[in-house]
Design a protein around this ligand. Sequence first.
Ligand SMILES: [Zn+2]
Length: 319
Amino acid sequence: MHEDRVRPAASLPVLAACCGALLATPRRLLWPRRPDVRVLSALRDAGQPPARKHIRLTALPQGTQTAPAAVVAEGVIRPAYLRLGMTSFLVEHPAARFLVDPSLCVDVHRTVLPQLPAPLRKFVAPDRPVTGLAEALDRVDLAVDDVDFALPTHLHWDHVSGLLELPSEVPVRATPTEWAFALNARRPPLGVASSPLRGRRLEAVELDGPPVLTFDRSHDLFGDGSVVIVDLAGHTPGSVGVLLGVEGGRRVLLAGDAVWHRLQVRRLREKAPFPGRLVDHDRGAAFAVVHRLRALPSHVEVVPAHDRDAAACWVRRRS
Ligand SMILES: [Zn+2]
């Protein structure tokens, strides 16, 4: 079956949600949502486990976009536009090689985007052409067979479409909450495309560990402090961040779509209602997470999935 024939009409509720979000946006450009000083002052840094091993982090750029800054971070008009990207992150640990956010497949415009409702599809589509995941891996001398598992920060289409280029036996690690959100509803939530996920084996990640930094729950993936998954629920119910202990001693938090750009953390700003209201599952929780990111100690480098400049310094050039 050609998936580009599965082209959902924009349903009335989706159109109504788009119109409501659009109408709410101009006011927020002038009067952005204010930070909650009580939330901010109540946050405590719980510390983090020492990294007894270290990983190698490589950003694999796959797609580009440009968006008005005021849409990414309410009330920000300088710069007028931000460089956004769609990036997969390769993590090489002594015990496993895996991908955080396997972002795009080469034919994403034909095979995945048609599964989204029309108004959203037009807004979120990356520039053409995109780099497929197999090609992005090839640029660092790896093949799709070299990947042990995928660890999406959440299950929106632009964080899992690269799965379509990975062997079918490569499992996906995600929280059961996120898996249920993406796949158990009668109709996929906005931002979710089912085809990259259907038939994939889920390896459930439970956030059963203690508070880490400013986050309430965690899971130490290898038990050595080098890869710690933290709770960023809000953008989606099971969104996570991946805290890495990188070679050389740097600490990086891959933050998925908890924020789209570091500007949101610096200025403590919410995404504008359009399209934030459409893609954030719980706006209140999502904004609380921005506060948690803002309260992080300065040595933790936040890398949002779509912040092209934040990812750029992790791009590895072929030697
Ligand atoms: Zn995204």
